[in-house]
Design a protein around this ligand. Sequence first.
Ligand SMILES: NC(=O)c1ccc[n+]([C@@H]2O[C@H](COP(=O)([O-])OP(=O)(O)OC[C@H]3O[C@@H](n4cnc5c(N)ncnc54)[C@H](OP(=O)(O)O)[C@@H]3O)[C@@H](O)[C@H]2O)c1
Length: 308
Amino acid sequence: MERHSMTIGTSRRASTSRGTETPQLFHQAPARQSMNLELDSKITLNDGHRLPVLGLGTFRSGDESASDLAFSAAMEAGYRHFDSAAFYDNEVDVGRNIRNSGIAREELFVTTKLWHTDHGAERSRRAFETSFARLGLDYIDLYLIHWPDGDRAGSWRTLMALKDEGVVRSIGVSNYTIDHLEQMLDEFDLRPAVNQVEFHPFLFQKELLDFCKRKEIVLEAYSPLTKGTRLDHTELKSVAAAADKTVAQVLIRWALQHGMVVLPKSSNPERILQNSRVFGWELAPDQMRELDGLHEDWRCTWDPTDIS
Ligand SMILES: NC(=O)c1ccc[n+]([C@@H]2O[C@H](COP(=O)([O-])OP(=O)(O)OC[C@H]3O[C@@H](n4cnc5c(N)ncnc54)[C@H](OP(=O)(O)O)[C@@H]3O)[C@@H](O)[C@H]2O)c1
């Protein structure tokens, strides 16, 4: 149960009317380059599609009206990337809010995920069709395998077919360890564009991050705020006070400076806005090191380590 790369070289970075572009994966010296990030910055994935660096998490974002409120606050604040899943039972709400946003579809980025009880070539196809109908969109930007347990190879074949058919622009995985990724890279020519995993200073998955950077797989940080459970941690509070930011902003900024795409969830309009104000300032190298040093292999969600 879900308890639940970019290079922003100054010379290569182009500012367009559609936002700042990050033409390559953000692999080199991310801390320095991250100063160039803005809320509309995007990472170019290994398949050429572009993914906004900050996305709104939507797990447990509430009923229809709570979801509408969160989406309108997020759109107003400038979020253009929304992370959903079949398991969250909110694809209808997400689709409605995307369709009714008044923002051009190509400016928005929508992720949904295949739940693991739907693994396998045929089941995953049926599950996709259900998600697609619930969202009511012409295409899905990113479709992820939510959890590796089960016939994930069969599911990946379906996802590759969906990408070929154009109903899904990019495909990827979630909760994959290095072992899972290595198996996948051995078996398939098409790499996942993204691996979405739990990531915050208490679970600083540096080896996985480095592996994904080498393989040009963008790592997305979920539960970046520890589900709100550790925001009163003394060292986090002291870094936040020194930076004159909130603990939540420091946690989001830390993940951005590690070159990740970050997915904080909030249903509260003020916190949605606060969580978007993580650009135009940076954590100093010693603050980054202090946060890195909080690693204790602690998780607030599920642990895929023992799945073969
Ligand atoms: N692939 C996976 O297996 C997986 C697993 C978990 C999550 N995810 C994705 O990642 C997203 C984020 O993770 P998450 O929802 O587990 O947790 P999270 O983003 O770490 O934390 C969300 C919690 O923090 C609170 N919060 C948000 N902003 C805050 C702020 N500025 N100050 C204080 N509290 C704040 C929220 O409350 P309010 O809403 O009341 O503000 C909520 O209780 C999910 O929504 C989902 O899209 C994916």
